[in-house]
Structure formats: C-alpha cells, structure tokens
Design a protein around this ligand. Structure first.
Ligand code: THU
Length: 160
C-alpha cells in the first residue's frame, strides 16, 4: 500500500498587496453583494468575473421560496458571463459575502457545485482562473479552481 498526499496552494493577501486589476475585481464582488436576493438566509454573496476582453460580469445569490431553486452568486455570475460572452474565458473570479452585520471577517469558499461549474470554464478554454476570496481580515488567492477541487472530474476523465 502506498500513502499519497495532495497539496493545494493559496496566498493570504491584504487588498493593497493585490494588483490594481485584482483590487478592482474584488471591489466589484463586494458591490455585487448589494444585489443579492437573500430573503431567506440573509446571507448576501457577490461574485465578479473579469473576462479576457476586460469586461466584468457580476452576480449575486438569488433565493427562492422553493429553496433548491435558488442559485449561488458564483454560478449566477459565471453563467451570465458565459451566456453573454460565450467566447471569452474568465481570467479572475472574486467572491465576497456579508450578513446583516456587514462584510465577513474571513472569506467564504464556493460550494462544491460552484467549484465544479468554475472548473468546467477552466477546462473549456484551457485557461486557469485566478480566484480571490474576500475577507476583511485577508483575501485567499488561488491560481486555479483546481486548488479548491482536488480529484476533480472533467471531460477527459470520460476517455480511456
Ligand atoms: N451561497 C452563495 O451564493 N455562494 C457560496 O459560496 C455559498 C452560499 C448562498 C446560497 C444561499 O443563497 C446563501 O448563500 C446561504 O447558503
């Protein structure tokens, strides 16, 4: 038997340590929390996707009385980006969240379903997506969604 280990990499950054473009995308994700429809959870999530062509597409969580019909901020932003600009890879995806008490101190990380959807975008364009997860105390920065999803499943796994 062989024991194996998978490592993931991320940086813990302060806002000022990010590039100007990255700071802009993070600020857009914070702005997007204002458009959340979070009537049931009172948990307001914003996402902002910077495309290769420089466009920023924003999304927020959209809840529903039939709870499973809701959609997370990340998928709202990613699907809107892909539906509007189907030929544009996503360069950077930033996520922020707040409660009725304000922005979270520590970042949230996307749910499993959102990780899988973001991975499909990386795979579709063969381009890694820089992920910025905002918290007031610090920002988790990852160079690929693969660092959020070890043992991931993509199209090539269906071939021999
Ligand atoms: N939510 C997101 O939009 N993104 C995440 O990464 C985690 C959770 C939403 C779903 C639901 O509307 C609310 O936050 C509480 O789970």
């Amino acid at each position: 038997m062989e024991y194996k280990k998978i490592e993931i990499n991320y940086q813990l950054c302060q806002l000022e340590e990010l590039s100007e473009v990255e700071q802009m995308v993070v600020k857009k994700s914070i702005e997007a929390t204002n458009t959340a429809y979070a009537k049931y959870s009172h948990f307001y999530v914003g996402a902002a996707a910077l495309l290769n062509n420089g466009t920023v597409v924003m999304g927020s969580n959209q809840e529903n009385a039939a709870f499973p019909s809701s959609l997370c901020a990340e998928r709202t932003a990613v699907f809107a980006a892909q539906a509007t600009y189907p030929n544009e890879p996503i360069k950077i995806l930033a996520i922020a969240a707040k409660t009725d008490n304000g922005l979270l101190k520590d970042p949230i990380t996307p749910c499993g379903a959102c990780r899988q959807v973001i991975l499909e975008v990386e795979d579709r364009y063969s381009q890694p997506i820089r992920i910025l997860l905002y918290g007031q105390n610090g920002i988790y920065c990852l160079n690929s969604v693969k660092d959020l999803l070890p043992f991931s499943f993509v199209e090539s796994n269906m071939q021999d």
